[in-house]
Design a protein around this ligand. Structure first.
Ligand code: GCW
Length: 720
């Protein structure tokens, strides 16, 4: 029987057509049939499935294994109640599976979301057990097991024990109720608010599956620049419908709250956090939300930042504002994620300093169910920033990391930039807050200060989503890798970005080593390339005003100085860079002493942050021996050359990718090359207009005059 099935599979495979064009919709969960010899080997370790279907989550886990293994191995996995042959897979919890209960596995310390995957013998048969304490752990284990097959790993002698390091692993959607996505480059919002709650687009389930495959367990549905309407009954019903779709996949729904909602939708005269009416209003609102969405996750708030209302409008602090909402949510177990992305509307202090200045004095003043959500750097998701000085500076307050997955400042959807190395660089940065080894990861996972008396055990990571209605979800095939890397790092911040890239490439494209190695290489080099062609050596915030598309280092004027590039580069005929040392804004003093000293010393600062922390003359001697000006030009050119290399690499790989995806990536790389050249040339033309210096030997002049670059305008650039 088996042999016959095997032969028929071979027969099917022999006339399988060559790779069809794919549109990327299936993400990393493609489950395409793997090569025959390997599939046969796997079939010996995946010969039957014993798994419950008593709850929606159990059904999801079981369906995923059947779908995944069915696709990968090209054969339907028989489902059964008992282990009758070698290669059985038993999945579940002690409650859902008598077999797992019987094994008495030690599941005590895997937690509610963790799992074990073990090779064991059951009734004399080689068996793989995917066991968890809760159904959701088994679902996560199912995805892990599939990943092993998708990435070509052995299933013999498995001994995996996994649990997430962070409790909240959430996506922040900057999606407006009208379907526009702020900083979205993948089309409109996937939430069809108008048709919700009655019509549930199948995409919602696909979204939930994809996120669950990474362990993402929360979704903030609406933009932090929020509309109070999202808290009205009509929109809560719509959010509840999404919560219902996500629930089996372990994903809870959160909403961004507008601080002035009591006025706008509550008819009150004030939103003062200490006003008894306002407190009553929020408590009633929380009760109402939980009546509609019983497992609602909580509220995310952007307050007193970029014109958003907040507690400071009433002379109150961020802590008083956060605690207002925290008190309302606490009886229901909800969490407040209060953003630290703030900079004063009036005070012209160095913008890099303002979050620290406002938040450090509030350490210890937040309720237990508040997380302060801090962007990775102090300015704004630039291609490279030093880690935010708040990390390590608020030992009594759990801080949550906010990464940006959408590439607002990194070339939108058309530049191939893998963000894994950016995330990893931040997470591994040493804050020196409690001596050497006080990494940002230890700050956010609570291991650095978790034992500070009175501190809550909340931990979390947020990623600003790059998801939209485009068929490929993220606007480009390679941008899917950034969603993937974010999710994997939120589960385990110690994973290496290279290992994650490799996993993703294998699952998304091919296990062929001739493809995997060069593509992983491209991805790993891509982040440094974008730093070089856009903002080398610590330069930052030099992009077009408002839409943030393309270079505009000359831009000045307008409502606020700290929205303009000239504020950040401070270049003139003598030099360039923002002096954040003791002779300047002294922002470096916000870091722990050993780092503050290093950053503040122009001789010791890492060169990648030179112009972030120092204003130096154009002939400042670099470690390469070149003067700064030559080094800058060299870096710009190097960035462009890296893109040319990526193009050449990708062009040579068409044999390993379906034509559809290959062609789109090729076209986007061509756009990236043009735009990298544009960034280089426009930047060089502008700096030369200030410093009057000649180009170093062998460096090509900009293709156009400065006037040409300055004449370009993009009123309809996306995401604005
Ligand atoms: O990155 C900047 C963006 C704004 C965004 C803001 C924030 C949601 O340009 O579009 O607003 O940061 O993070 O609040």
């Amino acid at each position: 029987m088996l042999a016959a099935a095997f032969l028929s599979v071979l027969a099917v495979m022999s006339w399988m057509p060559a790779a069809h064009a794919e549109d990327g919709h299936e993400l990393w969960l493609r489950y395409r049939q793997i090569e025959t010899v390997q599939a046969n080997a796997y079939r010996a370790d995946a010969s039957q499935l014993i798994a419950g279907q008593g709850t929606p989550t159990q059904v999801a886990a079981r369906d995923e294994l059947l779908r995944g293994l069915g696709g990968l191995l090209g054969a339907t996995l028989p489902a059964s109640d008992s282990v009758t042959r070698d290669g059985a897979i038993v999945m579940g919890t002690a409650a859902s599976s008598p077999l797992i209960a019987r094994l008495g596995l030690d599941l005590d310390d895997v937690g509610a979301e963790g799992y074990l995957i073990r090779s064991v013998a059951i009734d004399g048969h080689r068996t793989t057990v995917i066991a968890a304490r809760e159904d959701i752990g088994a679902l996560y284990g199912a995805f892990h097991f599939l990943r092993l097959v998708q990435t070509g790993q052995s299933l013999a002698k498995l001994d995996v024990r996994e649990s997430p390091r962070l409790k909240l692993r959430v996506l922040n959607h900057w999606d407006n109720l009208d379907g526009h996505v702020e900083r979205g480059y993948a089309g409109a919002s996937i939430w069809d608010w108008h048709k919700l709650p009655d019509y549930l687009d199948p995409r919602y389930t696909e979204y939930a599956r994809a996120n669950a495959s990474l362990g993402i367990n929360g979704s903030v549905l609406n933009n932090v620049n929020s509309n109070a309407l999202s808290l009205t009954p009509m929109y809560l019903q719509k959010a509840a419908a999404l919560a219902g779709v996500f629930r089996p996949y372990g994903i809870r729904v959160f909403l961004s709250a507008r601080f002035s909602a009591p006025i706008e939708i509550g008819g009150l005269k004030t939103a003062d956090p200490l006003d008894p009416e306002v407190r009553r209003w929020w408590r009633a609102k929380a009760d109402e939300i939980y009546r509609i969405i019983p497992d609602f996750g909580g509220l995310l708030v952007k307050a007193n930042s970029e014109g958003q209302p907040g507690p400071q409008d009433y002379g109150r602090t961020h802590a008083e504002g956060a605690n207002l909402l925290a008190d309302a949510l606490a009886p229901h177990g909800g969490t407040v994620m209060w953003r630290a992305f703030v900079y004063s509307d009036e005070e012209p202090d160095d913008r890099a300093k303002q979050a620290y200045t406002e938040f450090v004095p509030l350490d210890g003043k937040f309720r237990d169910n508040v997380l302060v959500q801090v962007k990775n750097g102090a300015i704004d998701f630039q291609p490279r920033e030093p880690f935010h000085p708040l990390f390590g500076a608020m030992p009594k307050t759990p801080l949550m990391m906010e990464f940006q997955i959408t590439k607002e400042y990194l070339g939108f959807a058309t530049h191939l930039v893998y963000l894994g190395p950016l995330y990893e660089e931040t997470l591994r940065a040493d804050t020196y807050a409690r001596g050497k080894g006080s990494t940002v990861t230890k700050v956010i996972d609570g291991s650095l200060d978790g034992d500070v008396p009175g501190r809550s055990g909340l931990t979390g990571m947020a990623g600003v989503a790059n998801i939209g209605a485009d068929r490929n979800w993220s606007g480009s095939h390679f941008d899917q890798a950034n969603w993937y890397a974010y999710g994997r790092l939120a589960w385990n911040p110690d994973l290496s970005s290279r290992a994650i890239a490799e996993e993703w490439v294998r699952m998304t494209f091919s296990n062929d080593e001739r493809f995997v190695a060069p593509v992983v290489g491209m991805m790993m080099d891509s982040r440094e390339a974008v730093v070089d062609y856009m903002t080398p050596l610590g330069l930052h915030h030099l992009m077009g005003r408002g839409h943030h598309y393309g270079p505009m280092p000359w831009d000045a004027g307008g409502p606020r100085a700290d929205w303009t590039p000239v504020y950040y580069h401070r270049a003139d005929k003598n030099g360039i860079g923002f002096d954040r040392s003791a002779t300047g804004s002294n922002a470096d003093a916000q870091y722990a002493p050993p780092l503050a000293e290093q950053f503040g010393d122009v001789e010791r600062v890492p060169e990648q942050f030179l112009l972030w922390f120092h204003h130096v003359p154009w002939d400042h001697r670099m470690r390469s021996g070149r003067p700064l000006w030559d080094e800058l030009v060299h870096r710009y050119t190097h960035g462009v050359d890296e893109v040319k290399k990526m193009r050449a690499t990708w062009d040579g790989l068409s044999a390993y990718v379906d034509a559809g995806r290959h062609a789109q990536v090729s076209a986007f790389l061509a756009i990236q090359q043009d735009e990298a050249q544009w960034w280089r040339d426009a930047s060089i033309a502008y700096w030369q207009s200030l410093n009057g210096l000649p180009l170093p030997q062998g460096q090509a002049p900009p293709a156009h005059t400065l006037g040409y670059y300055q004449s370009l305008s993009f009123p309809h650039a996306p995401g604005n």
